[in-house]
Design a binder for this molecule. Structure first.
Ligand code: ZN
Length: 283
């Protein structure tokens, strides 16, 4: 199943994509695509629905973030061996963790707002993992059972905020609009092997990132298990699992996003995002 949220910002309604790629309304069946709706029992019920029997959503509504009420937005750094190499960093021996503020979450096609004072806003296409049931001290072999599904994420990053002053990476990762998620939450049954997905990102039509989740250092199962040793993962939490090579920071010369730029990204089977960069206050 492909679950989504559509409508104006802050008033999104729950929906489901049908076989023909049209949006069907889930209003009255679930309150929202949230922790309750993506629990295993709820997903089983939704799977029994005939999408053709649900009201067709007309027009071309905005698509919102694919999950509502995200409690934690965890991210993994340097998790692709080929990206670690291009960054001149050693391949980590344990997952590198950081967090993104949940206020950064935006819809997959919403504008990217270049923050005030930014000169180094960068892109990162990433596989997003959405947790469907509470995970605490779970084994690697059992870890995927806690995953509701997957989505596309652009882990936008302001490199000066992230790397050139004191403190954690979180400053460079948390600006408003720095966390587009979606277009859909694709349930786990439709993604039999999360470690074999092509992912790509274009800026102004030029392909900068063209990778595969095959080159992840730590797979989704290892990441979920590892995180669950240090915190409980709750339904609706999101984990962004790291980016393949080709970010702006490692270009020679470096390339960063400016107002007017367009960004497109996608992951095989999980859909595409398309964003336009704007100045703060112009969104
Ligand atoms: Zn990242």
């Amino acid at each position: 199943m492909k679950l989504l949220r559509y409508g104006v910002k802050g008033e999104e309604k729950p929906g489901m994509l049908d076989q023909d790629g049209r949006v069907r309304d889930l209003t009255g069946i679930v309150d929202d695509i949230d922790a309750r709706a993506i629990a295993p029992e709820s997903l089983d019920k939704l799977r029994e629905l005939d999408p053709g029997s649900l009201p067709l959503v007309s027009g071309n509504p905005r698509i919102g973030p694919c999950v509502a009420g995200v409690g934690k937005f965890m991210c993994i750094g340097l998790n692709y061996s080929d990206h670690a190499a291009e960054s001149g960093m050693d391949v980590p021996t344990e997952p590198v963790l950081f967090m993104k503020a949940t206020s950064a979450i935006s819809g997959p096609n919403d504008d990217i707002v270049i923050p005030r004072g930014s000169e180094k806003t960068d892109w990162e296409v990433e596989l997003g993992v959405v947790i469907g049931k509470t995970a605490k001290y779970v084994d690697v072999a059992d870890a995927l059972n806690y995953v509701a599904g997957y989505c596309v994420i652009n882990d936008l990053s302001e490199r000066a905020f992230q790397l050139e002053s004191t403190g954690q990476w979180v400053k460079g990762k948390s600006c408003d609009s720095f966390g587009p998620i979606g277009p859909w939450l694709v349930t786990r049954d439709e993604v039999p092997d999360p470690q074999n997905l092509a992912l790509w990102l274009d800026v102004n039509g030029h392909r900068f990132q063209n990778g595969s989740t095959r080159t992840m250092v730590f797979g989704v199962d290892e990441i979920v298990s590892y995180l669950s040793r240090f915190m409980s993962l709750q339904p609706g939490d999101i984990i962004s699992t790291g980016t393949p090579p080709g970010v702006g920071l490692v270009q020679n010369p470096q390339v960063y996003l400016s107002p007017g730029d367009s960004v497109r990204l996608g992951i095989a089977g999980l859909g595409e995002q398309s964003q336009r960069c704007v100045t703060e206050g112009a969104e």
